[in-house]
Design a protein around this ligand. Structure first.
Ligand SMILES: Cc1cc2nc3c(=O)[nH]c(=O)nc-3n(C[C@H](O)[C@H](O)[C@H](O)COP(=O)(O)OP(=O)(O)OC[C@H]3O[C@@H](n4cnc5c(N)ncnc54)[C@H](O)[C@@H]3O)c2cc1C
Length: 435
């Protein structure tokens, strides 16, 4: 029987509850995912009093639902970034992708966070030959910007990494890794508490009111049935940002669902025969398919955008099963132990953003790449709160845009789903032509 909650949640310890909610604090953080907890750690370690609120039970957002693929990289190519932001900023955008991976890997190592960290590398597999060419051009460009520890893999060498003949080669990222995300989140939560932050679950923030238009006047935060006064507020709600909290942000962040399944235990030998490289694998296909062995090495986890719009995990299950057997035909019919979904947060610029609107800070817009970037940007948001006049990251300049007729309910995502399905069919046609 398939369970419809994350595999990562099985047999995990409960989060310890903070107590003694104070009526005054320096900073209120809204959202206790990777972003919010990382910000809280940096703030608390700097001697600032900080309270983090989450509307749900702790560990319910994307931070414990993701694929645990720890990597760098943006949805925007160096070329696209250069056209929009100019050469220098484009370079910085890609350097900070690398910096986010180094930051989060160090955060785990320095604090001995027990989260099954493996520097297993990541393979980006080409669905069509044109993808192999454009990745190779991108890589040449990236290597002029920073020391990117990545190389192209020829199609004849793919069998060293994966036992399927679906792909036309790939790009291998040496320094990328994987974590068990629920364990990583739990470790960050403990670190935040031990640093002096208070973290509360089941406390939805309803309203944030600026005390006066004067800079530094502070805020009153209405949370559950309490009112807390504070100097600064950071909103760290990413794909779970609703217009009831912030009309401004909900018009600028699209909640795009992703869906994951894990197989029953099929044995380490079988997993190893299918993914001999042991890497995390992502495809270049528009539907964005990603898979990896679980930390025990006995199961395969595979995720994809079964649809761009929200649907239940139960409904997405057949699509995920079909994708799994398309990649590994011998897994057709294998039992699926878990199937779940969660929301990523997409910005219209396709880049993360650290912003400040009406005096309220926000850090979000990871576009599905948040395991390394969210803790990094949370940390950067904390540095910004500590030193508001200093520019701390290039993502202060990747402004959040909105679109006409978008008021926080992504009515057009079903249409985008259809577009992606058609695009997939077109890609499949281009594949067949090359086979
Ligand atoms: C299925 C899936 C797979 C993914 N796989 C990967 C991957 O393999 N690699 C990768 O790099 N990234 C991946 N991601 C993306 C990554 O998980 C996210 O970018 C990252 O976790 C974002 O962290 P966050 O703290 O900003 O947001 P979240 O972890 O989503 O936390 C936001 C929190 O805000 C809370 N909240 C919302 N409104 C309120 C309110 N009014 N009051 C209080 N709290 C509120 C929510 O309850 C939630 O807990 C994946 C995402 C999903 C959904």
């Amino acid at each position: 029987m398939t369970k419809f909650f994350p595999f990562w949640w099985e047999n995990q310890p409960n989060y310890s509850e903070s107590n003694g909610l104070t009526k005054n604090t320096d900073v209120v953080v809204v959202g206790a995912g990777f972003t919010g907890l990382s910000a809280a750690i940096t703030l608390a370690k700097s001697g600032v009093s900080v309270v983090v609120f989450d509307s749900e039970e702790l560990g319910n957002g994307a931070s414990t639902r993701n694929g645990g693929m720890l990597g760098s990289g943006h949805k925007v190519s160096p070329q696209q970034a250069e056209e929009k932001y100019g050469l220098d900023v484009a370079g910085q955008i890609h350097k900070e992708a690398n910096a986010s991976l180094a930051f989060t890997t160090n955060l785990i190592k320095e604090n001995n966070i027990d989260c099954d960290l493996q520097i297993c590398g990541r393979l980006r597999a080409s669905w069509i030959p044109q993808d192999q060419f454009s990745m190779s051009e991108n890589l040449k460009k990236l290597k002029t910007i920073d020391d990117f520890n990545s190389r192209m893999i020829d199609s004849s060498k793919m069998s060293e990494s994966i036992n399927t003949d679906l792909y036309f080669g790939g790009q291998y990222y040496e320094d990328h890794g994987s974590v068990q995300p629920r364990k990583f989140h739990y470790g960050l939560h403990q670190l935040a508490i031990n640093s002096g932050a208070k973290v509360f679950g089941n406390m939805p923030v309803k309203q944030i009111t600026q005390l006066s238009a004067d800079e530094g006047a502070g805020f009153i935060v209405s949370v559950a049935n309490e009112f807390i006064s504070c100097k600064d507020v950071l909103i760290a709600t990413n794909g779970y940002t609703r217009s009831s909290l912030s009309k401004y942000l909900s018009r600028r962040i699209l909640p795009v669902p992703s869906f994951i399944i894990t197989t029953d235990e099929i044995g380490a030998e079988r997993v190893n025969s299918l993914i001999p490289g042991g890497h995390c694998i992502v495809e270049t296909r528009k539907r964005y398919c990603y898979y990896r062995p679980t930390p025990c090495g006995k199961r395969i986890m595979i995720g994809t955008r079964a649809a761009m719009h929200s649907m239940s995990a139960e409904k997405a299950l057949p699509v995920l099963k079909k994708t799994l057997s398309e990649i590994f035909p011998e897994l057709d019919g294998v039992n699926i132990s878990h199937c779940w979904t969660g929301f990523t947060g997409f910005s219209f610029s396709m880049l993360p953003n650290l912003g400040c609107h009406d005096g309220i800070y926000s850090a979000m817009g990871y576009c599905g790449n948040g395991v390394a970037m969210a803790p990094y940007l949370g940390h950067m948001a904390a540095l910004k709160i500590l030193e508001p006049d200093k520019k701390v990251t290039v993502f202060e300049g990747t402004s959040l845009q909105t679109r006409p007729y978008y008021y926080g309910f992504p009515w057009f995502l079903p249409i985008v789903s259809v577009y992606f399905n058609v695009y997939d069919k077109f890609d499949n046609y281009r594949r067949r032509k090359n086979l």
